[in-house]
Design a protein around this ligand. Sequence first.
Ligand code: G6P
Length: 362
Amino acid sequence: LSAQKDGYRFFMEKEIYEQSSVIADTLLGRVTEKEVIFEELDSQLFDGINEIKLCACGTSYHAALTASYMFERYSKVKTSVEIASEFRYREPIMTADTLFVVISQSGETADTLETLKMAKNAGLKTLVICNVDNSSMVRLADATILTRAGVEKGVASTKAFATQVTVFWMLSLYLAQLKQSLMQESIEKQLELLRSIPACVKVEESMHERIKRLSKRYLHGHGFFFIGRDIFFPLALEGALKLKEISYLHAEGYPSGEMKHGPIALADPELFTIALLPEHLLYEKSRSNVEELSARDSTICAISPIEFDKADDFIETKNQKDYMLEFFEMMVAVQLLSLEISVRLGNDVDMPRNLAKSVTVE
Ligand code: G6P
């Protein structure tokens, strides 16, 4: 088995390092200089659609949340996001002008599959974003986009998430083309950014080494807050979920601007704040939220391209051209941080207690 790990200590680590090449596969044949192409989609799927509803569980839910910002910002389509186990039982109103999109690495998660059936029964058009061809969801949905992440072995999802967000970025531009909600020039700029994701998620040895070293400060304490704004909020949720899954430490993801409405009461040196501070999205606002936490003595680990003097630890990211690329680079940083904390705690990174790769029972 260890041979399959190609010299990496864990599958999760290998899969983090694979992200650059699997994202290149996800983009393959789908992004030209001028447009996004999805040969697997019939553009009629979007006829008469005024709203998108995204539904998923776990990490896939975080990809869906990220997508909701992109669909509204780039495609100008009203979008809502649902947790599958909630949606199933809350008697939702479903109208025929809604495209129902499920997201699943495995295509087998029971709750998500059930919501897909509900949407079909209600007569909605359906689309699945999935990593496994011929899975139950792929067989059921009207249309499929495969993420092409390859087999993911680590229970804590990494490369599947990375490819899901990549697909959503492409899909939001594809819709922008259809609806002409962005100028051709802006689309072309976005396409150039898309093509640079593989380079941007390549793991820098210096960053990995830095995270290995600083992780020793974060093995105890009474909790972690991962904080961010906009799409960095779902990334904060995902960072916190990764840490919980494999380190068994308590972690929460929170919108930076919401900390003052309660959680800041927890601030003390044993409260660890992992702050996502991208340069190109609400930097000043996010920084002032972190300053408030620092003033109340929370221990701060800042992830940012801009050195931050109030931080106890600093994970330096590169100066990217756009916040979307910062998102991908910071995604790698939070994945590595969870990995290294878990390794130091002596846990089985690939087989965390109480968790399953795919939850096919309710
Ligand atoms: C399980 C896994 C998670 C995953 C979730 C949804 O809880 O441990 O990593 O995000 O299921 O799985 P799916 O295959 O539907 O994306």
